[in-house]
Design a protein around this ligand. Sequence first.
Ligand code: ADP
Length: 508
Amino acid sequence: MPVLHSLKVKFVAALVLLVSLVIGLSTWWTLEVHRGHMLHATEDKVRALTEAIDRGIHVAMREGRSQDVQRILEGVGRDPDIEKIIIFDTHGKILRASQPDLVGRVLDRDRLSRYLDQPDFAVTGLHENGRLVQSVVKKIRNRPECFACHGTGEAVNGILHVDMSFRKTQEQIREMEGTALWTMLLTAAVLAAGGTILMVRLVERPVGSLMRAMAKVEGGDLETRAHLGRRDELGQLAQSFNAMVDRLKAARAEIEVFHQQRLARAERLATLGELAASLAHEVKNPLAGIAGAIQVMADELPETDPRKEIMGEILDQVHRLDKTVRDLLAFARPGKPDIGPCDIHQVLDRVLILLAENPAAKQVRVVRAYQAGIPSLDADSKQLGQVFLNLLLNAIQAMPTGGQITLKTTLREMDGTDGNTSMARDRVVEVALTDTGPGIPPHLLQDIFNPFFTTKHRGTGLGLSVSRRIVEDHGGWIDAESRPGQGATFRVCLPVETLTRQTGEPLP
Ligand code: ADP
């Protein structure tokens, strides 16, 4: 499986992304708040410092220590956060400065007029050296105590300009940003590692062992079971999986038994068939010879000869034997179905007409419950006729004192495979033949389709086995249902469209 499709990778990536996003946003917000506070604190500090310098200048000037002003400025200017402090006159000439080399320089006109035109102000901006600087400009007023030296003509004696950098604040902010970034990276790494371990322990390992068990079962090993040793959802899944494999195993065992039974029956049939065929072959010709000879002898006897009756009886028995031999041959070497379009109702009606001649049939009422619109089948109508003749004869023989036979046809939709056979079919025509005879005892139901199984004095026990073979050769199936005392129902199902087995192998 590609790494990107792995549940573990998806989960850990989503976790790390989500947590990083949350931490990132909250850190950014905290930093913004801190930055604002620190900038305000620096502004307040510059203002306070400017006020202090202003007051210091006044005191020094009042006491006639004008030289002290330069010293105060140089002293305060040693603070690494102070970029510069200058005092200039209204013509822009720098009178005092924290850096002595600035004294005597003159400010350009634009700047000067900006300072003069505005009241005292504080502004934050970028210094020439690229640092963020807070500038405070304050006019030094000409107060009464200054009049002695400065006269009364000017309202302003000079302008004090303090530039203080945010170096420390910026350093602190950078430090905080660094810490936040590392915290975020560390949290992401811890989460990725923790998430991976959790995913491996809670999901990947159990799912992996479940998948391995599934692959083994898929490969045909039904002994495999998934043992996760846990009671969570995955544990329950493993239990359901095990239960499913148990059921699969039981179903496979059942199918194996079923196939073995079929195989055994096929083998038995093949052996019996061979035996029956060779026996029938041996018996057939001499039987014809005997019948011929008896017929000739009987023909030569005068009508009044009592031996003629005996000859007739012998001939009857020989004909019965001949029928048995023919049945045997039909069972052992059934002809290939001669497939063609076949109307099932026509087949049934033809058999009924044939039976009407049978004296035993006269006692039986036949009810035809044909479904309209049954499609034509691809089948051998002669062979199907033989099947229904066998079934009808059995029903008639089961009701010597009369009764009723119901012939019901139904078109059925089937999907997939049916429990009885492994043939593929979509639509089947079902012919159900129900009689009102004594029924079949439950313990005999499984034997009636076996060759030579009969409960009749003169039966061959081949009718149902031949019928079953014909129906199966048509891709269909036949079964019987009966409750003693309540008659029997024989159901013949024939596929409408397909005559191929599920394996795709065409039927013989
Ligand atoms: P046979 O008719 O020669 O006995 P079959 O194979 O046709 O051979 O039938 C096997 C047995 O199934 C019958 O001997 C009978 O016991 C039972 N049987 C078949 N059809 C019916 C039926 N309609 N009612 C009761 N028993 C039946």
